[in-house]
Each structure stands twice: as C-alpha cells, then as structure tokens.
Design a protein around this ligand. Structure first.
Ligand code: ADP
Length: 474
C-alpha cells in the first residue's frame, strides 16, 4: 500500500462549498482498492470537530501555530481516517469556511491555510502515531504552501507531492509583506517561485514546487496551458510539460443512486417536483440548475436566453446561492413567470429532488474545471445541456448529427457560450424532448454512462506510485 496524505480545506460530507469537497471525500474510498492508503488532513472547523467519533487521540501538539495553540487529532469521521487540525484561533468560527459575516474573505485566510500546509509538512517530517506518508496530495491553493514547506524542511527528496487544481480562479493571494508571517523564505518570492505580480500566491507555490500537478479533467488541463484560461499561470503550466495532466473527476455512485432504474421511472419524480414547486404542467422539459451563483457559471446568459426556453414549452427550477445581483435576478424571474422557480439557499436534500425530478440539467459555465452536477444528471437520466468547455466536454456525448445517428448521445453541448448559443441550444433541447424515442434513448445512454471513479482511481493510483517510486530511487 502506498501511504498518501490528502490535504484539503473541505471534504464531503463533513464540510463543503463546492466540488473539491466531493472529490476529497470520495477519493480515499475509491483508492482503497487500488493499493493506496489515504488519510485526510482537515482544518478543525466546528462541523469537523463535532463529527469526530469516540476514540480520537491527540498525536501532536504545538504551543504556537500561526498565533495560537494547536493540536492534531487522529480520528474517524464519516468513514474517513482523519487528521483534524484543532486550532481554535484559526478554525473555531461559525459561518462560512472562507468568508466572514460581512461576506468578505477572512482577513487571516493566508495564515489559516498556511497553518494547514505547515502541519501537512510536519506530518511528513515527524510521522506522528508512526504513520509516514510517502506522497502528499495537495488540493487547491489552501494546501499549496505545503509544497515549498516540504522543500524548506529538506523533505522533498523523500516525500513526494501531487498538487491538484480544482479551479485556477482561486489563487490564495497575500501581500508580499506577509512573507515572514507565512513562514516563507525570501528566495521563493521570485518569478520562478511563488511570486505572482508582486504578491504571494499559494496556488502558484503548489504549481511550481509540487513533484506533479494535475487538474480535474483532460480538457481543462489543455485549456489551462492557454492564456484565455490560465489566468496568468498558463506559462507556469506549460513549463511543467508532462508533469501536468488532467484526471477526470467521478462521483460517489453509492451516494448518488437514482430512486428508479429506467427512464420511465422518472415521471413520478417530475410530477412530485412540479407539485412541490407549484409549477404547472408543460409541453417542454423541466430544466434544473444547482449552482454557485457566480459569473463563472454563466447564469447571467441563462437568464438572457430564458425567454426562448419558456417559448419552446420548457420550465426552469434553480437552486443556488452567491452573488447578490444574480440572486435578485433569479428571484424576480421567478416572481414574473409561474414557469420559473428559484430557491436561493444551499440544500443538499432539495438538490437531490431536483436532479431526480428534473428532465434536463443546465450547466452553461464560461469555464468549468470538471463540473459535477452534469455527472449527477447523467446518472439520473436528467439530460445535461452544457457549455462546450473544460470537463463538460469530457463528460457529455453531444447530440450532434453524428452523435444522434450513432445513437450514443447523452446530452447537448452549446458553443459558442453566448445568450444566442444558449437560445439555439434550448430550441434543440425542446425539439429532442418532443421526439420521445430519441429522448428516451438519450436518457438510457446517460444512465449507462460511467460516471464513478472506476476509470480515474487507477490513474491517481499510478500517479502516486510513480511519484513514490521516484523518491525511493534517490
Ligand atoms: P463548483 O465546485 O465550481 O461549485 P461543481 O459542479 O464541481 O462546481 O460542484 C458543485 C457541488 O456543489 C455539487 O455537488 C453541487 O450539487 C453542489 N451545490 C452547489 N450549489 C448548491 C446548493 N445551492 N445546494 C446544494 N448543493 C449545491
């Protein structure tokens, strides 16, 4: 077994703001059958501390970690083997993971996640409780500084690292003046280090110092090496050459199992969802969206194209939270038309009812590293209509003339990603919906499409094995 420590700032089902949590939560189980023993280091947020089961023990303490005392608990929670970093001055806060009550980033976010990263390096160095990881799996900027910390502690020759980018838009920037507060060496503050336009970038630290870098789909990996998508880091990724790759996300099939086995079984759930939301019957598909409401997700364009969907007989039910302007816009769209429903909030149980009852699921993102909701949609025969970008390209087989002729289509891809493009997509979606045999074929194809970890778990396992072997050989 290869010992891998996963270092993540969120992990389903304990704490979640987005897809990163699902992946961090699912990988340990998916990799257990692939010769990887994965443990997970998480911040000791209140929700994590509350979920820890009896029998946890303290395996490391520090009188002072970035401004206060800290201890590390080795524990079990939600089927995971966890190291919970109990540091109340950093993590014992009510509210959201990264945002204070005012909706702005916690001012000490750089230190909070520097602490997590420093403790990851500490586990690599001192192997508390006798468990020495061979590879650190670092997720997003929150774990990025662990890569330079491994180098600073002269551990990089012995302990490997994989840095996984879940979204390049979140860069973990801090002013240059925080270098020593973050326990970083001045030499690293350079173009070929973690400096990014005069600031410290925890994301870039991961991209530069980790042994290997991955992202969550092959198409996003290719996109990230181009200036339109790389957000200033495309050159860094090009320089990593074949050390950088894309491994597609999966979903946890046990956690996402539709309450029906065939396309016909969905009808009951669609009726129930319409009843729950007070939506009238309709000649077109009931389309659902479950999303953060941010410009990344392209939902402003969905609003612009919404009249076409409704004209064609479709309906919309949205669940999301995020930017106030988008929340307001969807609330008023719902108030203005009985065929539109908008629920502003975060609600996993409702998300499942939407996916089970929805007939199509919409993901019109401007960019999308992988995207998970279209995967849930496939699994539930909820036909995805997605933007032609990132992981959406890799997971949906489009209903082009060729896709339909071959009988393999699982959904629709929209290009270009504009209000006009989306409107055309809605026209095609509704036409396909009226053609029942073709629609049911797409539903069956979707439900049969592999969306679990069966293909990607072995790829992670071999990447970890390669990284571990490169250290053993030194
Ligand atoms: P991202 O990570 O960019 O937010 P993903 O599609 O990869 O996008 O993952 C989003 C995850 O969060 C999915 O599991 C989705 O179901 C969930 N999610 C997003 N918004 C909500 C919400 N308002 N209520 C419940 N679940 C949500």
């Amino acid at each position: 077994m290869i010992r891998v420590l996963s270092v993540a700032s969120e992990c389903a089902p304990l704490v979640k703001t987005g897809g990163l949590a699902d992946v961090a939560g699912a990988l340990p189980g998916a990799l257990a059958g692939e010769g990887v023993e994965m443990r997970t280091l998480l911040p000791g947020y209140p929700a994590v501390m509350a979920a820890i089961e009896a029998g946890a023990r303290t395996v490391w303490t520090a009188p002072r970690l970035f401004g206060g005392p800290a201890r590390l608990l080795l524990a079990r929670a939600a089927g995971l083997k966890l190291y919970a970093l109990d540091a109340p001055h950093l993590f014992a806060r009510e509210g959201r993971l990264y945002l204070g009550p005012d909706g702005a980033d916690w001012p000490d976010n750089p230190e909070r996640f520097a602490a997590l990263s420093q403790v990851a390096a500490e586990i690599a160095e001192s192997a508390p409780a006798g468990w020495a990881p061979e590879v650190l799996h670092l997720h997003d900027w929150q774990a990025g500084l662990a890569a330079p910390y491994l180098h600073d502690r002269r551990l990089a020759g012995r302990v490997g690292s994989l840095f996984t980018v879940h979204n390049i838009a979140f860069q973990g920037l801090a002013p240059a003046g925080r270098l020593s507060a973050l326990e970083l060496r001045n030499e690293g503050f350079a173009a070929e280090g973690f400096e990014y336009w005069g600031q410290i970038s925890a994301l870039k630290a991961g991209l530069v110092y980790a042994d290997r870098v991955s992202t969550v789909s092959p198409t996003y990996a290719a996109e990230l090496t181009r200036p339109e998508f790389g957000m200033g880091l495309d050159g860094v990724l090009r320089a990593r050459g074949t050390d950088f790759s894309g491994i597609l996300n999966g979903i946890d099939l046990a956690a996402w199992t539709p309450p029906y086995k065939t396309p016909r079984g969905k009808a009951r759930h669609t009726r129930a969802l319409r009843a729950e939301l007070g939506l009238p019957d309709a000649p077109g598909p009931l389309c659902v969206v479950i999303s953060r409401l941010t410009s990344q997700k392209g939902l402003d364009m969905l609003l612009a194209a919404l009249p076409r969907l409704l004209d064609e007989g479709g309906q919309l039910a949205l669940l999301g939270t995020g930017e106030p302007a988008l929340e307001r816009a969807f609330r008023s769209a719902a108030a203005a038309d009985p065929r539109v429903s908008a629920t502003i909030g975060y609600d996993e149980a409702f998300a499942r009812r939407l996916i089970a009852g929805g007939e199509a699921i919409l993901v019109p993102s401007r960019f999308e590293p992988c995207g998970l909701t279209q995967l849930y949609g496939l699994r539930y025969g909820t036909v995805p209509l997605v933007a032609y970008t990132g992981g959406l390209v890799d997971t949906v087989i489009p209903a082009t003339a060729a896709g339909l002729a071959a009988g393999v289509a699982t959904g629709l891809q929209v290009y270009p990603i504009t209000p006009d493009g989306l409107s055309r997509g809605f026209t095609q979606l509704c036409a396909l919906y009226r053609d029942r045999p073709t629609w049911e074929r797409m539903m069956r194809n979707a439900m049969a499409h592999p969306v679990g970890w069966e293909a990607s778990a072995p790829r992670y396992a071999s990447l970890f094995a390669e990284i571990a072997a490169s250290k053993a050989a030194r």
